[in-house]
Design a protein around this ligand. Structure first.
Ligand SMILES: Nc1ncnc2c1ncn2[C@@H]1O[C@H](COP(=O)(O)OP(=O)(O)OP(=O)(O)O)[C@@H](O)[C@H]1O
Ligand SMILES: [Mg+2]
Length: 404
């Protein structure tokens, strides 16, 4: 093993050479004749293990020098050589941790060697400790990094699982929609035939002279005809729900479908005391779409809003029914068609299911529960996104998002 470096500082040359001769077999002895010298030698040998300093030197005391060296580097073991008389301030320095040991002069070679060996051991132990600490720190750092990587991995995995789950839900939903759609359109087709026959027969009864003009009979026949018409309407809805072909695509102003639909609703709203606010932005970029299908979505939104506000007024006559219809371009590349109402709003269970085909909260015979599921299907076909928000007792907002 390489010998440890030992720096001996004394302002008498003779002491330096005696020391060198006594300990050169045990240490790599470096010497300095003054405090300034000692600082230079130490700067050149930062790996010095032990520093031994004579307390009585010209210009600087041993304690002062060791204090200065301690400030530069606290690691080397510092020992002071002294006569009895100046022990007071040395003890203080020892207590403040700047000096490891003091040795009385004149020193005895065997004792001093033993002390120096002990100091060397302490230094080596300290160094080993420091090395282990550094290793530990490094290992800790690696552990932290691994931990972070693991966390990132878990977060990524969770995100993927969530996406997968959402996809599965979407697929299940699409699957259910398409099988329901097929069944529904099959049934609609089958029912259409007998309905036509019933309607023709009822018309026949109404116009036949055989039955005369018996008011009771005529009323019943009118009822039959009205109900058949209603059933036909439902069938038309079901068929349009099941159909997935796109009609003709054309470039249109994105306000047009809402403008067309409003012309149909405006009078109804007014007659029912529903305040209608129209905010259709001008000069929006034109979009390529199927006008008729687009209108179908908007009509559904408006009709649901009308129903929701009327019902709210039914529950709370103080409520002023309002519907706001808007088309605007949001800050991104997105056109938004929005119908907002202050109607009944939806409780969480309804919110969750309102896009499902045949789900309705209307009275039996009042609604098919197909409006929104058709709208949802069409929006998907047209590459648009349908979203909504709703709070029971406050109202709902339905939006169609169109990416430019
Ligand atoms: N604006 C709205 N405010 C409150 N509830 C709504 C609103 N729009 C839809 N809903 C709820 O969602 C349900 C489903 O709506 P959807 O349009 O699919 O069918 P429907 O309106 O009940 O029947 P139809 O459209 O055939 O008249 C409604 O019954 C209602 O409970
Ligand atoms: Mg509806």
């Amino acid at each position: 093993m390489e010998k440890s470096k030992l720096l001996y500082v004394d302002d008498e040359e003779i002491n330096l050479s005696n020391f060198r001769i006594a300990f050169r077999d045990d240490f790599q002895v470096l010497t300095a004749l003054s405090g300034a010298d000692a600082l230079d030698v130490f700067a050149e040998n930062p790996d010095t293990a032990i520093i031994v300093v004579d307390q009585k030197m010209a210009g600087i005391s041993g304690v002062e020098l060791l204090t200065a060296l301690h400030e530069i580097d606290p690691v080397p073991i510092r020992i002071i050589l002294t006569a009895y008389s100046d022990v007071g301030d040395i003890i203080e320095a020892i207590n403040r941790g700047r000096i490891y040991e003091y040795i009385l002069k004149p020193w005895n070679e065997t004792e001093l060697r033993a002390s120096l060996k002990k100091a060397e051991e302490k230094f080596l132990l300290f160094k080993e400790n420091a090395g282990l600490m550094a290793e530990l720190k490094e290992k800790n750092k690696e552990l932290l990094k691994t931990n972070q990587r693991l966390l990132d991995e878990i977060t990524k995995q969770q995100k993927m699982e969530k996406e997968l789950f959402a996809k599965q839900l979407e697929l299940a939903h699409a699957g259910r929609l398409s099988s329901l759609g097929e069944m529904a359109s099959g049934m609609a087709h089958e029912i259409h035939q007998p309905l036509t026959v019933i309607q023709l027969a009822a018309e026949g009864v109404r116009t036949s002279p055989v039955f005369g003009d018996d008011p009771l009979l005529m009323e019943s026949v009118s009822d039959i005809i009205a109900q058949v018409r209603r059933a036909e309407k439902i069938i038309k809805n079901v068929r349009s729900f099941a159909r997935s072909d796109l009609g003709s695509l054309q470039m249109i102003d994105p306000c047009l479908p809402l403008a067309n639909s409003l012309s149909f609703f405006r009078e109804q709203f007014r007659a029912n005391g529903i305040e209608l606010r129209e905010e259709l932005a001008a000069g929006l970029p034109r979009i390529r779409t199927d006008l008729h299908k687009f209108e179908q979505i908007v009509v559904n939104f408006l009709s649901n809003a009308r129903y929701a506000v009327s019902r709210r007024v039914g529950e709370n006559p103080d409520c002023k029914p309002q519907v706001r219809a808007r088309v605007f371009q949001d800050s991104g590349d997105m056109i938004v068609v929005e119908i907002k109402d202050n109607g009944t709003g939806m409780v969480p269970e309804v919110k969750e299911r309102c896009l499902e085909p045949f789900f309705t909260t209307k009275e039996v015979g009042e609604g098919t529960g197909l409006g929104l599921s058709i709208a949802h299907g069409i929006a998907r076909e047209l590459g648009m996104k349908l979203e909504f928000a709703s709070e029971p007792g406050r109202g709902s907002v339905f939006r169609l998002l169109i990416s430019l």
